[in-house]
Design a protein around this ligand. Structure first.
Ligand SMILES: Nc1ncnc2c1ncn2[C@@H]1O[C@H](COP(=O)(O)OP(=O)(O)O)[C@@H](O)[C@H]1O
Ligand SMILES: [Mg+2]
Length: 337
């Protein structure tokens, strides 16, 4: 593994097996490589598998979710082979964590100081050290240390989310997945919390993934953007290029939903139709039924990721190498039959 590669996930598939009904394949053979200190965005419509992928790569999947394929190597260690207890220990030792729109993950009957105490106890910190460390961490998220003696309900939504971020930082994770961290907040508070997240990532140099259904939020914060559709990566590009370069038709559709606050005229489009049912087999490109550029091949063969611009995209039309790669793979499959 090259020195600065922190996460190397390959061919990751995650299924949900409900008590009744068909298995939902929420993540389908996804490759995800993260370099140390990188800040990557993961964008797509609701239900496309973003959270599931975030939980998978941090070893935080819970039943009924199950890793059904692929390998996840974090800092040289295959995490799929670790037990629950080994993962818990790895987390205490600075592994990786998901921060959800975490305002409701605080315990209503514990003060904020007690939250820090509980987490840091496992690190061997005593009461006064935990309190000191808590105050210090609260300062990094721009909260006063008197927040330590408050209960969650005494704080605003934005403050609670800042506390959640400070708690996550207390474990000094090397990778943090921020899963829609500001979605539950009002717009002004959203911007302030996002700017703190950006600042922390820059100053503390942890590796981060920002999950959002909103392309605009991600473009403003991250260096590289992964577009996810129906459990797969549709496109992977430098954030700066997404606004200007050639794109996957789905990225284009998402972009048309995003109002650039600096633009004179704002076009707000929606995307007609719905993503496919993930409990069914998908033939061809999953976006084909909604795609304005659809061709015959798109309905038959799922395009693999192929070079496009400075990144990759899975599109027979826009990334022509997808077509060649798919055709070769198809021929091989035919010959083997
Ligand atoms: N606990 C669960 N049981 C069954 N299906 C689930 C569960 N959680 C998520 N799913 C399904 O997995 C798919 C991906 O979900 P998710 O990863 O939450 O998407 P996103 O975060 O992009 O909105 C969806 O189709 C969703 O219905
Ligand atoms: Mg989600």
């Amino acid at each position: 593994m090259p020195d600065d590669l922190l996460l190397d996930a390959q061919g990751v598939s995650v299924g949900y097996t409900p008590e009744r009904g068909d298995r939902i394949l929420a993540v389908r053979e996804v490759d995800l490589r993260l370099h140390q200190g990188e800040f990557v965005g993961l964008v797509g419509e609701s239900g496309c598998g973003k959270s599931t992928l975030g939980f998978a790569v941090t070893g935080m999947l819970l039943p009924p979710a199950q890793l059904v394929g692929g390998s996840i190597v974090f800092d040289g260690q295959d995490i799929a082979s670790l037990s629950g207890e080994q993962l818990r220990q790895a987390r205490q030792g600075g592994f990786a964590l998901v921060l959800q729109s975490g305002m409701n993950t605080l315990n209503p009957v514990r003060t904020i100081a007690n939250h820090f105490r509980d987490l840091l106890k496992a690190h061997g910190s005593d009461h006064s050290t935990a309190r000191e460390r808590g105050a210090e961490l609260l300062r990094t998220v721009h909260l006063d240390s008197d927040v330590l003696d408050r209960y969650p309900h005494e704080l605003s939504g934005g403050m609670r989310q800042r506390v959640s971020i400070a708690l996550v930082l207390s474990l000094e994770p090397r990778l943090i997945v921020f899963d829609e961290p500001t979605t539950a907040l009002d717009v002004v508070v959203q911007a302030a919390v996002m700017s703190t997240i950006k600042e922390l990532q820059r100053t503390q140099q942890f590796t981060a993934v920002l999950i959002s259904h909103d392309l605009g939020t991600v473009l403003e914060a991250t260096d590289r953007v992964l577009i996810m559709y129906a459990g797969q990566i549709a496109e992977d590009q430098p954030a700066a290029d997404v606004l200007t370069g050639p794109h996957h038709p789905y990225t284009e559709a998402l972009l048309s939903c995003y109002a650039d606050p600096r633009a004179d005229v704002v076009h707000l489009g929606g995307i007609a139709g719905n993503p496919p049912d993930l409990s069914k087999q998908i033939d061809g490109c999953p976006y084909a039924p909604r795609c304005p550029l659809v061709q015959d091949i798109c309905r038959r063969i799922d395009p693999p990721l192929a070079p496009l611009g400075r990144g990759v995209a899975a599109c027979h039309v826009r990334a022509p190498a997808s077509k060649e790669l798919a055709a070769t793979a198809h021929e091989v499959a035919d010959r083997e039959h």
